[in-house]
Design a protein around this ligand. Structure first.
Ligand SMILES: CC(C)(COP(=O)(O)OP(=O)(O)OC[C@H]1O[C@@H](n2cnc3c(N)ncnc32)[C@H](O)[C@@H]1OP(=O)(O)O)[C@@H](O)C(=O)NCCC(=O)NCCS
Length: 162
């Protein structure tokens, strides 16, 4: 709960319509399906991500990096950590919705072999945009190996070895 002020501030900088008041409080304290993680640098929260675990399915509910920290692999770190957690649960399916115009986020998901499997027409009430439904490959041993390879590459990038 102590992290929510920083999370809400990043949310406001990241999405066309901010999360409704109290949403994250509800998610963290009431929603037993919800799992959240924050990313810290020097004790400052610079990103966060969340998902719901429903049966064997992980639904990514949100992911965001503070604008000043984007473009250096941290969104990827959040997504990768989340996918490894999903594998460990164990879940079989990972799915999410993304705005049709949000090509940056879609590129991130494609990098992790997500594919577009459907579309929800005018899903976002603020802009009337469609949502694309994207899913990761099955969370099997092959995909886990792929994630471990990506982890090695990302680690080298984040530690400045590349
Ligand atoms: C989407 C978001 C989390 C990505 O975080 P980030 O830290 O900037 O992304 P990374 O630096 O980790 O990028 C990882 C990969 O994502 C893709 N990517 C990220 N931003 C991109 C952009 N603006 N354009 C194209 N590709 C992009 C690239 O494939 C990149 O790999 P590369 O570095 O090898 O090219 C961040 O842009 C954000 O917070 N956006 C606002 C909130 C949002 O839209 N969330 C998604 C909701 S579905």
């Amino acid at each position: 709960m102590d992290d929510l002020t920083a999370v809400v501030a990043i949310d406001r900088l990241s999405f066309p319509t901010p999360a409704r008041p109290g949403l994250y409080e509800h998610e963290v304290s009431e929603n037993t399906l919800a799992h959240y993680q924050v990313l810290c640098q020097d004790n400052q929260i610079i990103g966060y991500a969340g998902y719901w675990l429903i049966g064997d399915e992980v639904h990514i509910s949100t992911i965001a990096v503070h604008p000043e920290w984007r473009g250096c692999g941290l969104g990827e770190l959040l997504l990768l950590n989340l996918l490894l957690l999903a594998y460990a649960h164990p879940a079989n399916i990972v799915t999410l919705e993304v705005r049709h115009a949000n090509s940056g986020a879609q590129q991130l998901y494609h990098k992790y072999q997500f594919e577009v499997v459907g579309r929800r027409r005018r899903y976002y009430r603020d802009t009337g945009e469609d949502a694309l439904i994207m899913t990761a490959p099955p969370l099997d041993a092959r995909y886990h190996q792929f994630l471990e390879q990506k982890k090695g590459l990302l680690w080298r990038r984040l530690s400045g070895e590349d």
